[in-house]
Ligand binder design. Sequence first.
Ligand code: HEC
Length: 107
Amino acid sequence: MITTRPIILSVISFLFLCGCSDSAPQTDSTDGEKLYGLYCETCHKSDGSGKFLKGIPANRYTSLQKDQVIMLIRQGDPSRPDMPTFTNLTEEQASAIADYLFSLKIY
Ligand code: HEC
């Protein structure tokens, strides 16, 4: 059985880190690479390979379509409850992140 404890711990420490730095970083940038670095890289790593030991999947291999990734980022996906939502990001920003994410895919 795979324990979910490391995931919970990493989510808690992530939230804690955000709390310390005042608030989640805010930016108007629509540069996917930059946004990915700000919001996604801490968990999924800069190359999108994830952190297996912490239960974070390699998001570059996601089977989700672009629209679904945008939904996942901004509103969450009930079938992926361990992924945090980023309600502060605009549709345009989430779309830029999704484009960047797909560019990381290695075929
Ligand atoms: C706090 C850590 C964390 C951060 C930050 C994070 N994710 Fe995730 N992500 C997860 C976890 C954990 C899952 C697995 C969710 C589940 O299965 O419940 C996941 C799942 C995903 C998936 C689905 C992968 C699949 O199974 O197909 C995608 C796509 C994804 N994340 C993209 C992103 C993007 C884009 C960002 C930045 C906006 C981001 N994530 C930020 C932890 C994180």
